[in-house]
Design a protein around this ligand. Sequence first.
Ligand code: NI
Length: 171
Amino acid sequence: MSLLPILEYPHPRLRTVARPVDVDQLHDPAFQRLLDDMFETMYEAPGIGLAATQVDTHQRFMVIDVTEGREQPLAFINPVIRERSVDLRLHQEGCLSIPGVFADVTRPDGIVVEALDRHGKPFELRVDGLLATCVQHEVDHLDGKLFIDHLSALKRDRAIKKLDKLRKGRD
Ligand code: NI
């Protein structure tokens, strides 16, 4: 396995709308290896989710593990959010593509998501809380959206300034 480079804001390809995964691809060892590399990259970062878009692959799949013990790796192929609750949940989100920047985002608390697992088997999850937030954040990536898009212009400017400042410190 190997660590993958992650595209960082404002890389234009983070704005790509990903195309569906062709199910035949799931039998390709290279695709399975890419999924393993995405899990490794996410765990190493560390992060709780990583969308293919972030590793410059513009197809609809993503990996997630919100558990502290990293015991629940979930791969979503062609995920679709079927239902969203009226109840909302606020979470201080971050993103491996916008490192070091965190901001409150409000999203539906509960969702129903359908997807294929890494072997092409369909599944449906009815989830709420952190996992629901994370699924929505990652599906946004597949649509070319970032969590800062959900902020007011003022808060977004503040987040981008923070990112610039952190980058200057890094050089
Ligand atoms: Ni992200």
